[in-house]
Design a binder for this molecule. Structure first.
Ligand code: ZN
Ligand code: ZN
Length: 455
């Protein structure tokens, strides 16, 4: 038996514990569905070909489990057709799982965040079932799902769909496991701890996340760099990021994801989409690397001037990011804004620190490029020198942004670059319109001219 039934054709979940099945908008729904099911029964229609499936654990695990309805002692009941589906409901939650749920709630509470276990969030006509849901700062909701080695692989069916649905509905999915094979999947942002008994998980002592969290090493692609350029054999002079695994305390992870100071990112490398957690400071800086005039980063609210954010995390992460505590945009789950930067996948740190060029010694892109471009109108492309100068200025501002290490300096420089980029964009639009040219082609020509000047 189960209390929640999925109606295949109506595409709604029915809550049998409620008189109106939790659908006040459809009066008489139970009578209709029960009568229909009885009618199917009398006609000898197999349960699997009728309208109803288990909407509880079975559906959560991506299993289509046919059900039929009956009345027992005046109570409405939905019955699984197959015994194996019924058994899925009776598997008791392991002590380890319960210990994790309690630990998540306790860690969150110590950080000033509330939460609850086994939460059902109404989403339109269906629900999202969350193992442990933490209510974080600024309306942020973190949906913890714990999948331990005590369950079998069937529990992993539909992970991507479930995580995606949660993310789409404002719940940042945080899946945690103690099994290596799960942690290596990249269907969601998995974190992993060592396999531990319940009494250790329940204790207050150190519980470490050993995979799933990374720090980004930002470096400059010059002759002193120890990593190879991800874009080619030669040095490109740009800034790149390399992700390095780093342990983080489980309790910190719970609090900082709620505070928004640890955030999920994803990026594509070849055919694989990699997903892991980083500090919001690293995420912001990666966006600065990844951004472009035509794909400007989202506006960020910088809380530096006004002081700390409303919900400070109670402790700094092991990675000790800079002092910034700025609030990410509410839609900080990256499914909607994938980061496409090609991160090279070296787990090892460089043997020595590479010294980034200071701003004064950095190649003065603007002057260098001016040598290639005449002042009035470029002879090969016919583009006005005003456009060329604007694009050069924007590119120089962007290069400077990518080379800055200091968080607040980057916030200022980002504004400088955004203004320069917007001015360029506006000028390109104006020029294309006046000359009745294709705007996209003008922009592409301009960039080719400025970024790849003919030798
Ligand atoms: Zn079921
Ligand atoms: Zn490079």
């Amino acid at each position: 038996m189960a209390n929640v039934v999925w109606h295949k054709n109506f595409r709604i979940l029915l809550d049998l514990t409620r008189d109106d099945l939790d659908h006040p908008e459809f009066p008489g729904l139970w009578d209709l569905i029960y009568a229909t099911d009885r009618f199917y029964g009398r006609r000898g229609v197999p349960v699997s070909e009728r309208d109803l499936q288990c909407g509880g654990v079975c559906r959560d695990m991506g299993v289509e489990a046919p059900m039929h309805l009956r009345m027992r002692g005046g109570r409405r009941e939905a019955v699984h057709e197959r015994r194996e589906d019924e058994e899925r409901h009776s598997v008791p939650m392991s002590d380890e799982h319960k210990a994790y749920q309690e630990r998540i709630l306790r860690a969150a509470q110590e950080g000033g965040f509330g939460g609850d276990s086994e939460v059902r969030t109404r989403v339109g006509r269906t629900w999202i079932q969350t193992d442990t849901l933490i209510e974080g700062a600024d309306g942020r909701r973190i949906g913890w799902e714990v999948q331990l080695s005590t369950i079998d692989e069937r529990g992993l069916r539909g992970v991507r769909a479930r995580a995606g649905k949660a993310a789409k509905n404002g719940i940042t999915p945080a899946w945690h496991t103690d099994r290596l094979a799960y942690a290596q999947r990249n269907d969601t942002h998995w974190t992993r701890s060592d396999r531990l008994p319940a009494h250790v998980i329940a204790r207050n002592g150190d519980l470490r996340i050993v995979s799933g969290f990374r720090v980004l090493d930002f470096w400059h692609c010059d002759t002193g760099a120890l990593y190879p350029c991800p874009h080619g054999v030669r040095r490109c002079g740009k800034a790149h990021a390399t992700a390095k695994p780093r342990d983080v305390l489980f309790d910190d992870m719970v609090r900082q994801t709620a505070a928004g100071t640890i955030v999920p990112i994803q990026f594509r490398a070849g055919k694989t989409v990699h997903r892991y957690w980083v500090t919001n400071v690293d995420r912001d800086r990666l966006e600065d690397l990844d951004s472009d005039d035509t794909r400007l980063p989202p506006e960020r609210e910088d809380t530096h001037a006004t002081g700390a954010s409303r919900n400070r995390p109670t402790c700094q992460p092991a990675t000790a990011p800079p002092t910034a505590q700025d609030s990410p945009p509410p839609d900080d789950f990256p499914a909607t804004r994938p980061l496409l930067t090609a991160l090279p996948l070296q787990p090892a740190a460089p043997a020595a620190e590479t010294t980034p060029p200071t701003l004064e010694t950095a190649p003065p892109a603007l002057t260098q490029r001016e040598a290639h471009t005449p002042q009035a109108t470029d002879t090969t492309t016919g583009l006005p020198s005003e456009l060329i100068t604007l694009q050069q200025a924007a590119d120089a501002a962007h290069l400077k942004l990518q080379q800055l290490d200091d968080h607040s300096e980057r916030n200022l420089q980002r504004q400088v670059w955004l203004q320069a980029a917007e001015a360029t964009q506006a000028a390109v639009t104006h020029y294309a319109r006046t000359k009745r040219l294709n705007r996209y082609e003008v922009e592409a020509r301009l960039r080719r001219l400025v970024r790849h000047p003919a030798p």
